[in-house]
Ligand binder design. Structure first.
Ligand SMILES: Nc1nc2c(ncn2[C@@H]2O[C@H](COP(=O)(O)OP(=O)(O)OP(=O)(O)O)[C@@H](O)[C@H]2O)c(=O)[nH]1
Ligand SMILES: [Mg+2]
Length: 313
């Protein structure tokens, strides 16, 4: 769903702040590309490609975007940065506009179960809390499940969020079976007639077979309790580590049935272009973008607004 106008404006403003370096560099290079006397000017296009690479869009995407610009510059007398910018924006938006996989819906009266997965420290717990905050903000009944039982601190972290937000959290002791937590959380969510249950899971490396099996078990248990669960599996990626995290994340697609991506820490990177590399590689839509550490710092991802944030003056 397209965000309304004010929401979109704030999305662009906040992303622009996060992407300031990328944005400034790209605008300058677009300027160079059209200022040159020869069109298309190979040197200016090289510089543009360089800027795109610096923004972390990845070599393949950088080459494709520059090819699109080259074609545009060659096609007619282009004297305006606007038209180069329009091409780039259009290409970026198109690349980021992947259709979401068909969303599973819970039966009427049953909670929607959303599973947060990813490698260590990407922002799963924080994003689960942010999503719960949003849900209650829109009048829904939300529940959190502390299925990261690996460390006591992980349970406490979610409890702190839950307390702050006034959202109930279902937990077991540290070391307990995460699938048992999910079982109880699903029961609790049904009993409370909750609209949505966000399940926080432990960070895990794809190479740890037993941990990936644990996710499979969580999924099975959730499906037994609520038909179609988990209805959404969000792979949480850290924009700062970008392509590094991505290499590890691939395995999640196979084992965890990921339905969408969350890109966190977009406020902390000058290299927001990584989103293009990630979408190209994983072929999954970005659902949300994290832009800070507070409950409000989560934005619905909007490809057009993202392209605007990158390239508008
Ligand atoms: N600046 C910024 N920090 C974030 C964002 N999302 C999460 N963080 C911070 O990143 C750190 C890790 O976040 P967590 O939510 O604990 O990450 P996690 O994936 O649950 O970590 P593990 O459970 O240890 O795997 C915390 O300090 C968060 O406050 C974001 O969008 N922007
Ligand atoms: Mg966590």
């Amino acid at each position: 769903m397209a965000p309304d106008a004010p929401a979109k404006k704030s999305f662009v403003a906040r992303l622009k702040r996060g992407l300031f370096m990328t944005h400034t560099e790209l605008i300058a290079r677009v300027g160079d590309a059209i200022r040159s006397k020869v069109a298309p000017d190979p040197r200016a296009l090289d510089a543009l490609e360089e800027a795109l690479l610096t923004a972390d869009v990845g070599p393949a995407t950088a080459a494709e975007l520059v090819a699109a610009v080259r074609e545009e510059l060659g096609r007619r007398e282009v004297s305006e940065a606007d038209s180069v910018r329009r091409v780039l924006k259009g290409e970026i938006e198109r690349r980021l506009s992947l259709p979401a996989p068909p969303a599973a819906a819970p039966p009427p009266g049953m909670p929607r179960v959303v599973l947060m997965v990813g490698v260590n420290g990407t922002g799963k717990t924080t994003t689960a809390a942010k999503l719960a905050a949003r849900a209650i903000g829109s009048g829904q009944v939300a529940l959190l499940a502390a299925a990261d039982t690996f460390r006591a601190a992980a349970i406490e972290q979610l409890e702190v969020w839950a307390g702050r937000l006034g959202v109930p959290v279902v937990k077991h002791r540290p070391g307990a079976d995460p699938a048992a937590v999910v079982h109880d959380a699903c029961s609790a969510a049904k009993a409370r007639r909750a609209d949505v249950l966000y399940v926080d899971t432990a960070g895990r490396l794809h190479t740890k077979h037993n941990l990936m099996e644990e996710l499979a078990k969580i999924r099975r248990v959730a499906a037994r309790e609520v038909p179609g669960a988990p209805h959404e599996v969000l792979l949480v990626l850290d924009a700062v580590t970008g392509m590094n995290g991505l290499a590890q994340a691939r395995e999640f697609l196979k084992s965890a049935g990921v339905t969408g991506l969350v890109l966190t820490k977009m406020d902390g990177t000058a290299k927001g272009g990584v989103i293009l590399a990630i979408v190209r590689e994983l072929k999954l839509p970005v659902r949300y973008v994290g832009v800070g550490e507070t409950a409000e710092d989560l934005l619905d991802f909007d490809p057009k607004a993202f392209a605007d944030a990158l390239l508008d003056d």
